[in-house]
Design a protein around this ligand. Structure first.
Ligand SMILES: Nc1ncnc2c1ncn2[C@@H]1O[C@H](COP(=O)(O)OP(=O)(O)OP(=O)(O)O)[C@@H](O)[C@H]1O
Ligand SMILES: [Mg+2]
Length: 330
């Protein structure tokens, strides 16, 4: 299901948590929305998921306006939505199986069908042998699997994930992301992944939008945003994932030029070609590669010395060869 947001606005007391947000989310994809704490992510997802109504603006699902539906239609529409959260929000007094059964019970599904569906859903998330386990006996990762099974039990078209992996360790995070990616394909879901972790965007999302103080400051394909981030907020998010493990530094200096290699450029001897073609010297301070699901993006922080004229020729040549160049602010 395609989702369209049009000029959404929501103010709480004096805080404008969502400030004129417009966004097109294509169907059948995983769309990340990233932002720092307090940026308005949860407020935005509450509007998108029809839990709250916006002060201004509109929400469309598949071209149909859904933010102002009468109550009975709203309830029907909300059945098309599944949600999972950081803290799982499971019923601790129910078993895993009974949690998955819950949304089916409230929409009046016949008992035999519920039983069948619960078995099917627990199998889908790899917990077929834990149906009768009390929630308290499950690990965090297993709890999130139960929450996913519950969210998808009624076969929704959309899955909203609000910081779904934030309470999990890195390995468990990866296994939950792999599961969401797998289920997205199997069920043709539109998944909206709210997160403050760029790793989640890098490893699971096709598109990303960056939220800052209630406003969208950047959006696009993940591979393009990684290759050519336009705002400082986005660059900081990317820097954080790189610094973790992927950027190798030779010096504390960062160099005046940041090069991003996309497409097949990492295969070309770009740097030695520069040295041969132009009268400049370059010094590499740091380099790394981000592995995106279908493409690698290479990064290099360098200094280029030479005449201004030669340097601008180098930059022009690099840009023509799919290497994006950003000059550090002086
Ligand atoms: N129900 C509410 N009443 C008053 N203020 C609210 C309410 N919900 C959100 N806010 C405010 O709106 C702003 C955005 O909050 P929101 O929870 O959407 O941020 P977030 O991006 O989800 O942050 P986090 O990463 O910490 O979850 C914050 O300043 C918050 O205090
Ligand atoms: Mg939040």
């Amino acid at each position: 299901m395609q989702i369209k947001l049009e000029n959404l606005k929501k103010t709480y007391d004096t805080i404008t948590a969502v400030n004129d947000v417009s966004l097109d989310i294509p169907e059948n994809t995983i769309f990340g929305i990233i932002g720092k704490s307090g940026a308005g992510k949860s407020s935005l997802v509450r509007l998108m998921s029809l839990l709250e109504t916006p002060d201004q603006g509109a929400v469309f699902y598949g071209g149909r306006r859904v933010d102002n539906l009468p109550k009975n239609e709203l309830i029907a529409c909300r059945r098309k939505i599944g949600m999972i959260f950081q803290n799982f929000n499971l019923f601790s007094s129910r078993t895993a199986g009974k949690n998955v059964a819950y949304p089916l019970e409230i929409c009046g599904t016949p008992k035999a069908q519920i039983k069948e569906r619960v078995t099917e859903m627990l199998k889908l998330v790899g917990l077929e042998d834990r149906e009768n386990a009390p929630i308290s006996t499950l690990s965090g990762g297993q709890k999130q699997r139960v929450a996913i099974a519950r969210a998808l039990a009624t076969q929704p078209d959309i899955l909203y994930c609000d910081e779904a992996t934030s309470a999990l360790d890195p390995n468990t995070t990866q296994s939950i992301l792999a599961l969401i990616k797998d289920i997205q394909k199997k069920m043709n879901l539109t998944v909206v992944m709210i997160t403050h972790q760029m790793e989640v965007v890098r490893d699971a999302c096709e598109y990303v939008a960056v939220l800052e103080e209630g406003q969208l400051v950047e959006q696009g394909l993940v591979k393009e945003i990684f290759a050519n981030p336009k705002t400082k907020t986005t660059r900081d998010f990317i820097k954080n994932v790189l610094n973790d493990k992927e950027m190798v530094k030779w010096s504390d200096q960062t160099g005046r030029f940041h090069l991003h290699f996309t497409g097949n450029t990492p295969d070309k001897p770009i740097m030695s070609m520069i040295a041969n073609k132009f009268d400049v010297k370059f010094n590499i301070f740091a380099a790394g590669i981000s592995h995106l699901p279908d493409e690698d993006v290479g990064y290099m922080n360098v200094d280029i010395t030479g005449s201004d004229e030669e340097i601008s020729k180098v930059i022009e040549w690099l840009e023509a060869n799919n290497v994006r160049v950003r000059k550090e602010q002086e």
